[in-house]
Design a protein around this ligand. Structure first.
Ligand code: NAP
Length: 472
């Protein structure tokens, strides 16, 4: 084989599948993995008979690549990426291009783009979503960096990405760390929707008394609707139907109820707080994971803090696809997207990313974990009005909110009386109620702050800054 078109470092879950994807799309590849045994195993297994060659050292890897080199790094985020860049840099030549396809912190990517570009190398921070299957069959890809660097990989990534009706699920996102920032927010939205679906399952189990198959039937009905048809609803149905091979119980019921949280969910919330963008549904999902992991404490607290007496919750019936609960789930999913898009909008201004929110809606329609039919509506909303302040006020979404809000209220109120936690649903209700309130009680907060700390306040009836001597 002549020199390879494309190089991949890191034969983990994602790397293996991405290199098979590139090869299938006509690009010959060279691979390198820190642990050489993994490279050998891959070339003898899934990589056998393909235009993929191995390498035993970074020097060997670099020598086997055509110039300018295009190298995708799919290794653990953080220090391993910096270490890899440090090892590769002396081997690179002008015009060579490094792509970090992992879940890197966007500020790390900003720094790396600046450093590598100053050495005349290209650097792309590219979010990749779709898990193992998506990586193989076509993921959603969110590349950021300089536009010229993107153009050098465009033919490759457009072929590798998932394809939807209006094109491949990849586009140039923006400069610096824009690609990794958008991937981070994608994952924050994912946290929100996963938690919303978990809360719906919990209510159907604990309040309605449904078993796994009956709950799966509800998710199956929801997956046939425009508002909820999505990869996450689809896999929820699958998870709920799956039985333990030993004993036949619903497998989900045998799984420990503690979820961790990795970088991206946390980074979404931290960035949102820093940028002054409310993301309460996403934050509630993050907190729910953190609280779930305090399992020992929760079990100890249960008898000390007993639940209220049983209280029925009006969730609807299978004949109406659990209409109030469906309303609640739709609005909390919409809120997750609305908050994520609002965060992207603010980051775009602050970092001068010039994000095209309609295009981001488009590339999330296929390949990625949050792909959903609703994304067409999101794309439409930002195509019609690129400056839309919030998805909730787009006419189509506003109609959804106004029609479904009574259902959400009913479910949240019932859950509160029954003592069943629904952090994402209740945060969504507060978010919508706050967002549509022309006057909130922060006038009193301002009064208190001025009272104890002379922080001053503004008045509604005249301009200026005011202070009152509240205490004698
Ligand atoms: P993985 O299966 O855990 O594989 C990790 C890879 O990183 C291995 O090839 C490993 O090499 C290499 N590695 C780890 N530490 C290293 C170091 N210090 N120096 C050099 N190589 C090192 O990972 P993955 O799931 O494919 O994920 C790769 C990246 O993609 C991560 O940033 C992840 O967050 C992101 N991502 C993952 C998914 C997913 O669904 N899994 C989806 C999107 C993005 P060895 O074989 O030598 O250990």
């Amino acid at each position: 084989m002549d020199k390879a078109h494309f190089g991949l470092i890191g034969l983990g879950v994602m790397g293996e599948n991405l290199v098979l994807n590139a090869e299938r799309n006509g690009f010959s590849c060279v691979v390198y993995n820190r642990t050489t045994a993994k490279t050998e195993e891959f070339l003898a297994g899934r990589g056998a008979g393909k235009r993929i060659i191995g390498s035993t050292s970074l020097e060997d890897f670099i020598a086997k690549l055509e110039r300018p080199r295009r190298i995708l790094m799919m290794v653990k985020a953080g220090q391993p990426i910096d270490d890899l860049i440090a090892s590769l840099s002396p081997l690179l030549e002008e015009g060579d291009l490094l792509i970090d396809g992992g879940n890197s912190l966007y500020t790390d990517t900003e720094r790396r783009v600046a450093e590598l570009e100053s050495k005349s190398f290209g650097y792309i921070g590219m979010g990749v979503s779709g898990g193992a299957k998506g990586a193989l069959e076509g993921p959603s890809m969110m590349p950021g960096g300089t536009r010229s660097a993107y153009e050098a990989i465009e033919p490759l990534v457009r072929k590798m990405a998932a394809q939807v009706d209006d094109g491949p699920c990849v586009t140039y996102i923006g400069p610096g760390g824009a690609g990794h920032f958008v991937k981070t927010v994608h994952n924050g939205i994912e946290y929100g929707i996963e938690q919303v679906l978990a809360e719906a399952y919990d209510l159907l189990k604990r309040s309605a008394g449904f078993d796994g198959d009956a709950i799966a039937d509800v998710f199956g009905q929801w997956n046939a609707t425009e508002e909820l048809a999505s990869f996450l609803v689809e896999i929820t149905e699958v998870c709920l139907r799956t039985k333990d091979p030993e004993g036949g119980a619903d497998l989900v019921e045998l799984i420990v109820d503690a979820a961790g949280q990795k970088g991206t969910g946390l980074w979404t919330v931290v960035s949102a707080l820093e940028m002054g963008v409310p993301v309460p549904t996403v934050y509630a999902a993050l907190n729910a994971r953190v609280l779930s992991s305090q399992r020992v404490e929760r079990i100890a607290a249960a008898p000390v803090l007993p639940a209220p007496p049983a209280h029925p919750i009006e969730l609807g019936s299978p004949a109406d696809a659990m209409a109030p609960l469906q309303d609640a789930a739709v609005l909390a999913a919409i809120a997750s997207y609305a908050q994520g898009m609002a965060l992207l909008k603010e980051a775009s201004v602050l970092h001068d990313y010039r994000l095209d929110l309609a295009a981001i809606g488009q590339i999330w329609k296929g390949g990625c974990i949050i792909r959903a039919r609703l994304l067409q509506r999101i794309q439409n909303a930002y195509t019609t009005n690129p400056d839309l302040p919030n998805l909730l006020v787009d006419p189509w979404f506003a109609e959804q909110v106004n029609r479904r809000l009574p259902g959400l209220r009913q479910v949240v109120a019932g859950a509160a009386l029954a003592g069943i936690p629904v952090p994402c649903l209740s945060s969504t209700l507060d978010y919508i109620d706050s967002y549509r309130s022309p006057r909130l009680p922060q006038n009193l907060v301002q009064a208190m702050r001025d009272c104890f700390g002379a922080h001053t306040y503004e008045r509604v009836d005249r301009p200026g800054s005011f202070h009152t001597e509240w205490l004698d």
